[in-house]
Structure formats: structure tokens, C-alpha cells
Design a protein. Sequence first.
Lengths: 138, 531
Amino acid sequence: MKANLIVLRAGAALLAFLPAATGFAQDSAAMRPTFSSDYRFVEMTGEELFANVCQGCHMPDASGAVGAGAYPSLIANRNLATSSYAVHLVVNGRRGMPAFGDMMTDGQVAAVVNYLRTHFDNSYTDVVTATEVRGARR
Amino acid sequence: MQSETAVIRRRDLFSLIGAMAGSAAMYHAMMSLGFASESTYKGPVRLEGDPNGASVLILGAGLAGMTAALELRKAGYKVQILEFNNRAGGRNWTLRGGDTFAELGGYKQTCEFDRGLYINPGPWRIPYHHRALLDYCKRLGVALEPFIQLNHNAYLHASRAFGGQPQKIRAIKADFQGQVSELLAKATQQGGLDETVSKEDQEILLQALRSWGALDSDYRYNANLVSAEFRGYAREPGGGLSPEPLPSDPVTLSDLLRSRVWRYLQNFARYSFQTTMFQPVGGMDMIGKAFAREVTDLIRYNAKVTQIRQNDRGVTVSYVDTTSPATVLHATADWCICTIPLSILSQISIDVGSRMQAAIDAVSYAGSVKIGLQFKRRFWEEDEAIYGGITYTDLPIRQIAYPNDGFNRAGRGVLLGAYLFETANAYEFTAMTPKERVASAVEFGSLIHPQYKQEFENGVAVAWHRVPFTLGCSGEWSDEGRAKHYRNLCQIDGRIVLAGEHASDLPAWQEGAILSSLDAIARLHERVVKT
């Protein structure tokens, strides 16, 4: 049942219903743009960080995008199963993914990874801590 | 007794060397004595020797790709280019009224600017020392005009200083010089420099500080007609029986320091931004179009590269036509010059060694956003006498740049209403819809120019991470990344060599793309004629 839902939601035909289905209301405080004053992000919660940073490439519904290259969809993304992989990518970057290690604190990286792993049809219950993020910094 | 050569003037020495040993020797002599151009560009590339009908496949019709195509065809190669877009130029790009642009995520914009008005979403200025780019502009007939980097009458703005009022660059610059000069003069007169500066030099130093810092006869930086000539007047000089000029009040040292607007002064001092800078007349894409006129018959447009294979006989590139992507097509050649941005190339299967692959995967692409805003009238000129140049601010828009053409003309005008590069704000603006970006730029800009609200008509916003053909603005090398990967990225790997701004020491500059291309084709050609 769950698996079916994931497949359907990833389909283009249902995209129009996604905002309601995944529960990001347009009047949510996190959906309003936040502006940092310096090189580092001021957004603190995973929801705010996603809405003001990640969705620039991964799109508001996390479905990714395709041009000459692609930004992967984060919906029901199996690469999120191992939290250390997501932490490593956010901190150090790789290929099209910029490195955010200098622009986010350990706590911010943990917050956004935890948010991704519990939203967009990802439901991984183990929580990433700031201490684990510190270990990923090269 | 002094020898003859010891007293010879340097200029005479150069002509002597030039006459006796030729211009190359003279060039080396000038370089070793600190003269001559700092550019590594040595004039049009000379590819001597017969390539014997060798073929080259170039991936990408940006400036790097088209430079390679133009020069290699001239040298006798069979050349073809695959280009993802339906136009040439790549990031050398201008948006004008009627142009449409779809960014990733499907957000589509149509530029509604008046005829003759434009923004350059990508590169927008050319330093005088970018000799290769300037040479191609000359050879291809691209007309240039000045790009004004420093306008003393534009603003420096800090939202929490000076009551939020923007300050004239002229006043901040004069006050910074004046206050620092007064301080240094004081230290000198109190003996603070006795151990490091001789008495005689201290006298000259005081004269210099007075001259440079607009100090009075007591070495103070005060409101008077001398400092007014630097920082501007409270009442400007007039004619006849009009009131006499009045000086303006300098900002105190403490206010100046705490405002932190001094941090913008380096934008007028750094080598990359020193005068003279240029822009092409009519838009930056005049350069891309001029290149395209030379090589357009070689370009296959709408070609999305999906795979790059090589063996000891040649290179095979798989691609699809983006208008009918079901069919995989193939292009083959003896050699390949790949200018695809690394943000994209890192996602394409390519036969290169592990070291080059590691280099391709290692480079982040900078976030950057530019927003063009059209207004009913050129109020910055009419109301504020700002003709070209750039205002810097700590607001999220970071810059407002005024058009460097069409001065003093009635009618509409277009401002660059935001330019973000590599900051948190660049990502935040990227995460917004184009409409939201434009609305935010108008909102923030109105804190500097209150006329915005009344005069704004329409706008376009380009966020480079959402640009389908680059997925980012430019290669963002860290020092560690460059030390580890740069040389591996630039090597010829079998039959493939990379080129583009990412394969240069001038990332994000068009000059970097061209110099990278010229270096790559020179090395490739050497290999071809030797084998």
C-alpha cells in the first residue's frame, strides 16, 4: 500500500495534488522567504532550511529537475536510508551538489537532514545529531 | 667608473634588445624587469603543422568551445560542435524584450523590457587586462563601450547605519581617507613613528597625508571647502549672485568604522575591477553572436550529450536531440574538446582516468542570481545624477547597477536590481519563484531609491542553479581542491581534453574560458602533429 502511494506520488499526473498531500501549506512561516545577512544561513529548522535553500534545486515538492544534467528527486529516496551519506553530501558537496559545510552549523546540517529523512515519503526514524555532523567535516 | 650599460635608460635598453634580438627577446626582457602585460595571452594562437585531416568534436558552443572551433578549423581540422541550447554563446547571454526563458522546475519568464533595454544575466564586464577576450572582440568586430565600476555619486548603504540612509561613495571614500590621514598625522606628530620613519620622511609623509586626505593646515579633517572638494558640498558652487558654496560635514571615524561600509571600497581597488572596464555595445551576447557567425555551420543545436566514449582509434559521443529525445544519436571524431560545465559533466558517463574523474566530481558550482528591473523613467539619472556604476548594500540584493549606456535619455530604463554571488542570499533567492525574486528586489531596492514603488514596471530574474544548461554559475574551486585536482582536470586524457572557465585560474570570467581553450588546443595540436 505504502509502496503504491510512493509510485503514484512520483508520477507527473499527481504532482498537482502534492502540496496538499504532503502537507506543506502555503501560509506556513517556513514557506515565506528568509534572508540571511552574511555568508552563513540564519534559517535554523529543517523546514526553513529546505524552503530557503534546498528547494532552489530540488524544487518545492522535492521532485528534482532535469536539464542538461539533473537534480535528483528526494521523494522516497533510498539514498537517505543511511544518514551519514546525506550528511556527507550536505557538508562536502559532490558533483552538482554544492558544499554547505561552511555555510551551515552542525546543528543546521542535522536539522535539514532529519527533515528530509522524515518528509517527502521518507520515514527514517533514527535521528542525526550535531555531533555526527562534526565527524563528517573533513 | 660607471659602465655604459649601467646608466642606459630602461626604454632604450628595450629598443636595443628589440632591434638586436627580435620582439620575443624584448618581451622576455620587459617581463623580467616588471614591465609588459600581466596576461598570459601572447596574441593570436599559431597552430603550425599539418593535422592531416584530423577531426575534432567540441562539446559546448560557449566562448571556450567556439574559440576552439574557430582556431582549429583555421588550422585545418574537421570540426563539429554539439550544443545543448538552441542558440550559441552559453553563459555569454543577454535578455531583451520578447525573450523567453524557462528555468528548471518549469517556471517560464518572458522579458517585457522596452526595445533597446537589456540585462546580461551572466558576465557583464570586461577588465582591460583580459587581453584574449579583447583581442577576439577586435578581430570579430564587437564594438565596446566603458563599463563604469566606480561612480563616486552612486551609494554605499548599510541598513543599520546612518539611519538607513544611503551614503555617496564619494563622501565615504573621502572621509575614510581623511579620517585615516588625520589619525596617521597625529601619530606622526606625537612621535609614534619615530622608530620606523626618518624625520625627513615624516615631513614628506605629513605633506602627503594633507594632500591625499584633504586635511587642513593643522592636519585635521574638518568641514571646509578643501574637504568639500573631495566629499561634496552642502551647497554647490554657483554663478553670479547665487549663494556661496557651503562645505558638508564629514562622518566621524567611529561612525565610519561601525557602519562597515568601508568593506565595499575594495570593489574599486582590486585588479579585477580596476578601470578601464568594458562592455559590448548592445549587450554581452554580441560577443557570442560574433563568434557564432564564424562557426555556426559547425554547430548542431539542441544536442544533449549522454555519454562520452574513447578508445585508441577515436572518440564517440552519444547524444539526443532535445526536441525528439527518444532516439540516441552518435558523433565521432579523432579528438574531443569538452567544455560542458563540471556540474553536468560529472553526471555524464565519460571514459577518462580516475584522477580526471575525481577532478570532475570535486568542483562545486557557485550560486548566483541577477534580477533586471524596468522603470518608467531613469530616475537615478533625473533625480540623483547617477550615471552608470554600482551601488553596494548589505540588503539581500547586495548591488544595484545602473545602465552604462543611453545616458541622459528620456523614457524607460533598466537597472540590475540585484546581483548575488556565492552568498547565503544567492541560495535564498534561487529558492523563490521568479515572481517572488522580482518582488523582493523591488521591495529592498525601494529602501535605497524610494522612487522604485512609483516607477517600477516589470522584471526578470535569473538564478543560475536553475539554469538548465549549467546547473550553477561557475566552478567554485577551494584552495585545497585546486591544489589536489586542477592539473589533473587540465591534462589531455587519451583523446579528450577539457576547457572552460572551470579549467582556468580565472573562474567565472570569460577570459578564463578563452585562455583555457587556447591552452588546450595548443597542447592538443602539438600532440596531433607529433603522432
